[in-house]
Design a protein around this ligand. Structure first.
Ligand code: OFO
Length: 165
């Protein structure tokens, strides 16, 4: 059974994952109209993944006797000046999510809720992967700089990262 405090903290995370999905969906749409089809596919896939992260939390909360809440979200930004800005924001957002997960882990330990602590380990591992991937992509973008040919290849290459998500 979840304590009220843990239930609230997990529900806050439901909102963060839903918000992540919305942000990446907005990035996907922007990239699509800019003709960056690889970036767009990557972001659509990221958005879907975030929804699965959210659903996993919803199921867990309800299974543990809580009530998962679906709440209102802030409208995400809809336009970006460069594709680099998109990935900078992806990286910053993933770091924010990692901090939120760490905070949740901390709460689960302080309340001796080891079932929740165990459940959260999947998210801890996922965030290590997602932060590393976003950092890796940003490093590549910095190498490309303003080179148009490089951007073309980058847009093609990024599709290969989708399955690893
Ligand atoms: Fe990006 O991993 Fe969930 O939020």
């Amino acid at each position: 059974m979840l304590s009220q405090n843990i239930e609230k903290a997990l529900n806050d995370q439901v909102r963060i994952e839903a918000q992540s999905s919305q942000i990446y969906l907005s990035m996907a749409s922007w990239a699509e109209i800019k003709g960056l089809s690889g970036v767009s596919k990557f972001m659509y896939a990221q958005s879907d993944e975030e929804r699965t992260h959210m659903l996993k939390l919803v199921k867990f909360i309800n299974e543990r006797g809580g009530h998962a809440q679906v709440s209102e979200l802030k409208a995400p930004k809809t336009s970006y000046s460069t594709f680099k800005e998109v990935f900078e924001e992806l990286y910053t957002h993933e770091v924010f999510v990692s901090n939120a997960i760490n905070e949740l882990v901390h709460i689960s330990i302080s309340e001796k809720d080891y079932a929740t602590h165990n459940f959260l380990q999947w998210y801890v591992a996922e965030q290590i992967e997602e932060e590393a991937q976003a950092k890796h992509i940003l490093d590549k973008i910095n190498l490309i700089g303003d080179d148009k040919g490089g951007l073309y290849l980058f847009d093609k290459d990024i599709e290969q990262l989708i399955s690893k998500g």
